[in-house]
Design a protein around this ligand. Structure first.
Ligand code: C5P
Length: 218
């Protein structure tokens, strides 16, 4: 049987990445930040000067991404871009090109290749619906827009990026609408997903909730 996967999907800044990596640490499993692949493709578009409206050219960049995940580092052609891909302009472009079906297809196998024993925690938008439909535990992590904007604001400030909270709120709502409204792999809870609202929960409480759900399934 294939290695187990816990999928964590949800809207922008719902805390998916943080929760996924803590759950993976606790279980001693691998982690997949699938959004990073869309962000890396977006960064490649910006750097190569390819027209972002040219679906085939963007898909070709996605197909040929030369990326290595090495702990906290994310190497694109050997350069650590872990910080660079977190910028808002990269995130916004990532959301635009993520609507292209050929881009999603180009990244599909790359994501499935992360599945390995003893297990994988995968976060994104379509982990439970498209990439790992057979995952034994699927989480849909939500939080109200205010809580999410405040988290993202803190995160960006800590990284030294200066941003306005009102701009963040607007970007976030635009991105959520695009991610939820697109025809290809829209942001939606899998039919068999458990929804967790983290608005009033601490990181520890959210992690514990996921771990408890996982031990119930054993
Ligand atoms: O999660 P993150 O904000 O890093 O993702 C950036 C963008 O990539 C999202 O806004 C979404 O449009 C896209 N994405 C996706 N499917 C995933 C992960 C991310 O479409 N599994």
């Amino acid at each position: 049987t294939p290695a187990p996967v816990i999928t964590i999907d949800g809207p922008t800044a719902s805390g998916k990445g943080t929760i996924a990596s803590l759950v993976a640490d606790r279980l001693g499993w691998a982690v997949l930040d699938s959004g990073a692949l869309y962000r890396l493709t977006a960064l490649s578009v910006l750097r190569s000067g390819v027209n972002a409206d040219d679906v085939d050219a963007v898909a070709q960049l996605a197909r040929t991404l030369n990326v290595t995940f090495d702990g906290e580092r994310i190497l694109l052609d050997g350069e650590d871009v872990a910080q660079a891909i977190r910028k808002e302009d990269v995130g916004n472009l990532a959301s635009r090109i993520a609507a292209y079906q050929p881009v999603r297809e180009a990244l599909l196998q790359r994501q499935r290749d992360f599945r390995q024993a003893p297990g994988l925690v995968a976060d994104g938008r379509d982990m439970g619906t498209v990439v790992f439909p057979d995952a034994p535990l699927k989480i849909f992590l939500v939080a109200n827009v205010r809580a999410r904007a405040e988290r993202r604001y803190k995160q960006l400030m800590e990284k030294g990026f200066s941003v306005k909270l009102t701009d963040l709120l607007e970007d976030m709502q635009a991105r959520d609408a695009r991610d939820a409204g697109r025809a290809n792999a829209p942001l939606v809870a899998a039919a068999d997903a458990v929804t967790i609202d983290s608005s009033g929960l601490s990181i520890d409480q959210t992690v514990s909730r996921v771990l408890a759900l996982w031990s119930e399934r054993q």
